[in-house]
Design a binder for this molecule. Structure first.
Ligand code: AGP
Length: 604
């Protein structure tokens, strides 16, 4: 989820671009850059790390009079956070900034390389500027070259491009990633990947829609639809506060992050799904050589994702898999053998306990893999290999989209390994890939469901506790649901395997004990149903989640009927996230910053 800004006008462009990027800091980044074009001359500045580093690099640069400029903050998806990988990316006479993922970048890069183009970065974005210049040398005008470039891009993008011959014009395109164009008066044009970058600058804006593209000068914005028909520019007043802009209109960052799971999962899957195989370009080809066992290690929500992976890796890849809580693993003198792949999972890549277990494994000579959301984090730098989850910055302390992307990466990893070990037919891998492709729509929040949960939440504010119960991968999901509720509502909740209730916990069953029962249609439904009926028979208050009606429930949340239990998993995940959030909101808690918690636990 990178940040993009652009400006055309006579005000000091460097300040406008950097201020705009600063307003996008909430989107998270690991490098940044700007380029200014004035009198056909480019001035480029890029820096890794915080914006202050970029400001220092550009400190001696001042622009007076008319100029155009584009800027970018990068959240690494392809290629490490380095200056070379930072945007803007440069061709011979052009620069581009981009948010999203170009899914076919490798084939475009190969054909351009074959034509002698020299690439300097590891990014997918750099393909755009070289492709544009390839067309520029073959077609009439820069705009025709821009159109020809867009025609070849597959995937998600919001991009701004400038070229020397057109030093009064910014070319723009939007498809799958956000882009807003704004104006102030009659002679200033602004671009931003979010309202936040335009507040205090643009007076009225156009929220571009997918497939729209065009070019802008200080005075005019020329806009086209995906069928190349010219569109009338319809501006609306920009009337949001900075914080609501950063929350993009949601009440909390957590709510925003639950809603953006749909777009974020699309990024996570991008470039990794083939017809009947999973492709991780970042994994060394020999990573799994000599590996007979996998040990996963994590904390909190990441531990729950790791638990899901134990079911999927053993089921799909037929490889012995175990999972450990990092704070326990560190001190129990574990037996480790070099034929074990040690996999740590961490949103932040900085959790102290998890990081220490990674060091332990490396010291014992094990191959290590980290599944992480933050490139260049301590764990990413330490592990032998890493897979980025591409969730973008997660501001809410209660993890949501990080969990969703971790589970989807682990599911893909189980299929990737199943392909290497030939433990699943290609047709079965292909079938599951088709289910993976539906995840962005499965996790899309339906207003009717959210409204039902908002209403329902008023009935679950008291009572002496909650059980979240499920079987198979729905047991770790139950644990995750219980954790979400605990950490933002401060109500007591436990996750339990539903088959365990009769071994003691059912003694707690009474009308004041709320049981949230996960009843997927395609995984042990009958077994789980009978467990829940035992609780209902003892007058526990039951809230069931299932595509099938369940007449023993006091409340029933009807989920969609899916072809696969993993799709049911992701739909129920969103419901549990929203359910906990609505309860916490009713209790007046700070959903984004719950008491006693930190976003990254970098101490023991
Ligand atoms: C989850 O909602 C919590 N914020 C917490 O359990 C978190 O998952 C845990 O601290 C691990 O953090 P990590 O993923 O950054 O390693």
């Amino acid at each position: 989820m990178c940040g993009i800004v652009g400006y055309i006008g006579t005000k000091p462009v460097k300040e406008i671009l950097i201020d705009g990027l600063r307003e996008l800091e909430y989107r998270g980044y690991d490098s940044a850059g700007i380029v200014v074009l004035q009198n056909h001359q480019f001035s480029l500045f890029k820096a890794v790390g915080k914006l202050i580093n970029l400001e220092e690099k550009a400190s001696l640069f001042e622009s007076t009079g008319f100029s155009i400029g584009i800027g970018h903050t990068r959240w690494a998806t392809h290629g490490k956070p380095t200056e070379l990988n930072a945007h803007p990316h440069v061709g011979a006479v052009s620069y581009v900034v981009h948010n999203g993922i170009i899914e076919n970048y490798q084939e475009l890069k190969n054909s351009l390389t074959h034509e002698g183009v020299q690439f300097v970065s590891q990014t997918d974005t750099e393909v755009i500027v070289h492709l544009f210049e390839h067309h520029l040398s073959n077609v009439g005008t820069p705009f025709e070259a821009f159109k020809a470039t867009l025609a070849q891009l597959e995937g998600a993008y919001a991009l701004l491009l400038v070229t020397a011959s057109e030093d009064k014009t910014i070319f723009f395109a939007k498809n799958g990633s956000p882009m807003i164009v704004g104006r102030r008066g009659e002679d200033e044009t602004f671009f931003g990947s979010s309202d936040a970058a335009l507040i205090g600058k643009a007076q009225e804006v156009i929220y571009l829609e997918d497939g729209q593209y065009g070019y802008a000068t200080a005075e005019t914005i020329t806009l086209f639809d995906p069928h190349h028909h010219a569109l009338q520019s319809r501006f609306t007043p920009l009337s949001v506060t900075k914080l609501s802009a950063q929350k993009e209109g949601y009440r909390f960052f957590m709510e925003k992050e639950i809603y953006e799971q749909s777009t974020v999962l699309a990024d996570t899957l991008m470039g990794r799904l083939r017809e009947d195989e999973i492709y991780f370009e970042e994994l060394p080809s020999d990573l799994f050589e000599g590996i007979c066992e996998i040990k996963l290690c994590a904390c909190g929500t990441s531990y729950h994702a790791a638990m899901v992976a134990t079911y999927l890796l053993e089921r799909h890849a037929k490889i012995r898999t175990s999972v450990e809580i990092a704070s326990e693993f560190r001190y129990r003198e574990p037996l480790l053998t070099p034929d074990t792949l040690f996999v740590v999972i961490s949103q932040s890549g900085e959790t102290a306990d998890t990081l220490e277990t990674l060091k332990m494994a490396k010291k014992r000579g094990l191959k290590t893999l980290v599944i992480c959301n933050v490139d260049n984090s301590s764990m990413v730098r330490l592990a032998d290999a890493s897979i980025l989850t591409r969730a973008g910055i997660e501001k809410g302390v209660a993890s949501t989209k990080a969990f969703a992307t971790q589970v989807s990466v682990l599911w893909m990893l189980s299929l990737h390994l199943a392909g290497l070990r030939q433990t699943l037919e290609a047709s079965e891998i292909g079938r599951q890939i088709s289910v993976l492709r539906t995840l962005p729509s499965v996790v899309k929040v339906e207003n009717s469901t959210h409204e039902q949960l908002r209403r329902l939440s008023k009935r679950y504010l008291h009572g002496h506790g909650f059980f979240f119960i499920g079987r198979d991968v729905f047991f770790p999901l139950a644990l995750e649901g219980a954790l979400k509720l605990k950490e933002i509502s401060y109500l007591h909740a436990e996750g339990y395997p539903s088959g365990e209730m009769k071994h003691g916990p059912i003694a707690l069953a009474d009308p004041e004990l709320f049981t949230i029962a996960l009843l997927p249609e395609h995984k042990l439904y009958d077994k789980t149903k009978s467990n829940v009926e035992e609780l209902s028979a003892r007058d526990s208050t039951i809230c069931s989640l299932s595509p099938l009606d369940f007449d023993k429930a006091d409340d029933h949340i009807r989920t969609h009927s899916h072809s696969d239990y993993m799709a049911e998993f992701f739909e129920m995940m969103v419901i549990l996230q929203l359910f906990s959030m609505e309860i916490a909101i009713r209790l007046g808690n700070d959903v984004d910053m719950p008491r006693n918690l930190a976003k990254s636990v970098t101490v023991e």
